[in-house]
Design a binder for this molecule. Structure first.
Ligand SMILES: *Cc1c(COP(=O)(O)O)cnc(C)c1O
Length: 99
């Protein structure tokens, strides 16, 4: 997520929910959740975190510091989506939203 672009949108529009992706499927990019949480305090939007793919990496001990810090903020968001048939090793298709 490009934070400067997000700030412009927040200044211009009344945005109710920001969806962060905490690990894209293609390249593993993780949005800067600590910064987005600071913006939430200022603008008052809800945060949904898509951790469908990347959320499991919170268990890893070899992440870059920024990635680790972003994943450690997950308890502060309003809802998350997780998909156990990915790194949760479930053998059948399943997913859930937790709020
Ligand atoms: C897999 C995935 C989802 C959920 O997609 P499904 O169609 O339910 O499998 C959502 N976000 C990300 C980043 C994913 O990798």
């Amino acid at each position: 997520m490009i934070i400067d672009a997000l700030k412009k949108l927040l200044d211009r529009d009344d945005i109710g929910t920001i969806v962060t992706t905490m690990g894209t499927t293609a390249v593993g990019s993780v949005d800067p959740l600590p910064v987005i949480l600071q913006l939430q305090a200022e603008y008052g939007f809800r945060i949904h975190a898509d951790v469908a793919y990347g959320g499991y990496f919170i268990l890893a001990d070899n992440l870059e510091v920024e990635t680790q810090e972003a994943l450690e903020c997950l308890l502060e968001v309003d809802s998350i989506a997780i998909v156990p048939h990915k790194h949760g090793l479930q053998p059948y298709g399943c997913g859930c939203i937790l709020s």
